[in-house]
Design a protein around this ligand. Sequence first.
Ligand code: NAP
Ligand code: MG
Length: 481
Amino acid sequence: MLASIVGGHRREGDESVVDLNPASPDEHLATTRLAGPEIVSEAIDAAADAFPEWRDTPSPDRGSVLRRAADLLEEREQQIARDLASEEGKTLGEALGETRRAAAIFRYYSGQTLEPDGETYPSHSPQTFLFTRREPLGVVAAITPWNFPIAIPAWKIAPAIAFGNSVVWKPAEIVPLTSTHLAAALHDASLPAAVLNLVLGRGSIVGDGLVAHERVDALSFTGSNAVGRAIQLKATAAGKKVQLELGGKNPAVVLADADLELAAEHVARGAFLSAGQKCTATSRVIVEQAVFDEFSERLAAIAKSWPVGDPLDEDTKVGPLSCEPQLETVSAYLRRAESENARILAGGNTLIDDGRRGYFVELTVLTDLPPTSAVVREEIFGPVAALLPASSYDQAVHLANDTPFGLTAALFTRDLGKALRFSRDARAGVVKINQESAGLEYQVPFGGMRESSSGTREQGKVARDFFTQWKTIYLDAPGDR
Ligand code: NAP
Ligand code: MG
């Protein structure tokens, strides 16, 4: 039985839910006792009470805890990856890679605890020592989605605690096993128990109590736009510092001079791996007219050849969607594409009749949709790529930027001038040239423009901007004349 962990103690709420395997929903992996609002309050109090001592713990000692947690994640990676793949649906290989990424993130932020945390300035008065220090915020609430159930929490929790904050973490409801593993690694690494409190509960029930609580100082959220914007309103009204990472509708532009084999492989990876359930997934593929047919055939051939199936099977390239609501959403977009007379070059169906009733979807390539179609404009979060022809570089850029989102954008070309131009023209927080739109390195800033993000960037050393605040100190020593 899984439960919240508050101040190091298990806290069971009244409601129980079953953790399902999306590849085979009759298989129950665990049962979770969901927290209600009272457990959230206890978690916030525990974090707030633990904060002063953690803030005053020498920064390198905080780093040592993170390094031990990284070691433990690696020691336990096989079990964690199996549980992650079983409850979320990504393949075992993807789950193992993600678990190792989480360990690497903890190790990176343990290094950041030795980096400068302030500056000195020349003062206008000769005896004044004028300096700044970056101090932790206090209690940070982290609310995370299911699609990277260990890496995204890691890139919030690691900098939060590295820089001296305490944390209340509410992971997505459908990944309790993975969340429990991550909390256990930190606690077993001798993090003071109340510095990280895990709340397993429904967002709709525990969300309000977390977002606007007077003892919460800041909120870092990754998830959907609808939930993120609603939370932002409440949290900013209550005076909290807020960081949001939201959705995407990321373009890949394929110019006529591109290496089409490389482009097709990378577009397929961006569109289909993790069943397209990445905020950075490629979902619009804008192809210059001269190579449109050849590129479409290549992409469709890959879509038809990659095996979709059991995430624990070594031959599987793409697992199921994470849950039934996801299957319903993606199916609705596929039906909509059909009703708008899209030409389906590959896939187009759900695979629910494979005997196990798993939440599978065929890898799908569509075209002949108007740029105004919802299928082209809205985030689908499934293995669906919509192809759009462009008559020139300029039209391709116009189409690429024709979205309310702005998370990532990819370009495939051999023309260095166009590559550099695109790096300026693309209205996206991350630009990738001759690489898939997904796939991030943790030592550089990550975040989007427009509707995709709000607040300062995540990851890399800039994470410090969110998880700390500046203090300016004017120091005169009376004897120093
Ligand atoms: P979601 O439905 O918005 O949920 C995200 C988190 O918010 C979950 O923990 C959820 O809990 C919680 N939540 C729901 N309602 C809440 C409320 N009223 N108050 C407080 N918390 C609440 O998103 P998702 O379906 O898990 O994830 C998919 C979305 O995340 C996609 O839109 C994707 O683009 C986005 N995403 C963005 C990034 C990025 O970095 N930009 C990265 C990954 C994913 P429950 O699970 O209990 O509902
Ligand atoms: Mg959701």
